[in-house]
Design a protein around this ligand. Sequence first.
Ligand code: C2O
Ligand code: CU
Ligand code: CU
Length: 477
Amino acid sequence: MRRRSFLALAALLTLTGCEGVQGNAGTLAFTTPLHIPPVLDPVAGADGVKRFPLRLQEGRTELLPGKPAATWGINGGHLGPTLRAKRGDRVAMAVTNGLGEAGTLHWHGMRLPAAMDGGPHQMIRPGGTWNPEWTVDQPAASTWYHPHPHGQTARHVYRGLAGMFLVDDDTPVALPSEYGVDDIPLIVQDKKFTSTGQLDEDFGGTFGLLGDQILVNGTYGPFFRPTTSRVRLRVLNGSNAHVYTVGFADDREFHVVASDAGLLAKPVALKRFKISPGERAEVVVAFQPGEQVLLKSFNGDSDIESGDFDLVKFTAAATLRPSPELPSALAALAPLKQASRTRTFRLGGSNINGRNMDMTRIDEVVPAGAHEIWELDNVTYAHNFHIHEVAFRVLDVDGHQPPEHLRGPKDTVYVPGKTKVRLAVEFGHHTDPKTPYMYHCHILKHEDQGMMGQFVIVDPGTENGTPRTLSMPGHGH
Ligand code: C2O
Ligand code: CU
Ligand code: CU
């Protein structure tokens, strides 16, 4: 280990009191088929609007075989359906809260008006229905949705409120795209179970919950049977805190084709990649007929990526249908525009710039369509950073260009302890001086503790006149 990282690790261990967990490696039989969340077909009205009815509800689910547990889900007992829309679609959600407490549903990675975002200002009371509506206008990407009630997000997501939201566009790229066959969502979440198989909600410690078991798409010990020579995996880290270092047990090479907010310029060959909570990575991997191989998360170099975990066992069919060759180019990424200004965010233990989240305070006012540099200066242990509404590119990490697979469009980035990360952020055009978007650490305990700030997007030229306080701390639906 290099001296610098050794010192950093030693400092981290002192700071956090070492919360490393034992992984599940070698303990699973992989006898349960991987659950593929069903695609929810929208109800298309005469107006062409695609309507998605969604209900937050309680359920009982055998997360561990034979042990029904109290869970939460969307249109079911645990997790939610996969939503799918195409660039240009008008979508209308009807989110009904069937829970015994207020909640929200946030569209993580969607570019939309702030009032439709589903953050802490769009609370849905028990029994209430919230009807956000917007036009999908962004490149193809694997986005997702989850609750965002201030101070309660960790518990709501952990109980099972999460799902994928796939955006398609017209760009022709020959990637595996038959959902559930060669285009597979992998929602990776760590869990802790009590002896009766209930979800243990132990959010103590510096990072909150770090489980010793893994569910993928809610399945414990899952196997998947590839029937094609290549498979596209859309990996979502839907965990509260855990950072995974994902790769195959035999160290085979695969290609990363997309990051959070869309396709990379070209496929990037890798054997392992790191993914922090909220991030997505799409990879294409080749299989040989009849072979078996484990997808794993390898022990990493900080306390939120400790432990060796087995994720999914792939058991390829004896004959595989040939898949298209990987394209050599994927997307033409727009060159970065000149930034109009730089904003600095100091990431403390559970604050940003020394301040905790305040629902009535607007922290930043951004002109519509701005290109800015956001500099994240992490002065403590590991965090990550997510910005609502935007797409950004990672400019550098401690002055170095990020690895190639992190040079595509993103909305969430891992920020290791004592590290500076600079982002080139592109803001959208939906203005609303009174409804803020959020930026925050996506380690959900930190977010709940107030490691979150609010920004509004306003008409250029009105920044100085925009009030910095909100009189109404949100309103219920
Ligand atoms: Cu994944 Cu503010 O959210
Ligand atoms: Cu988000
Ligand atoms: Cu954090």
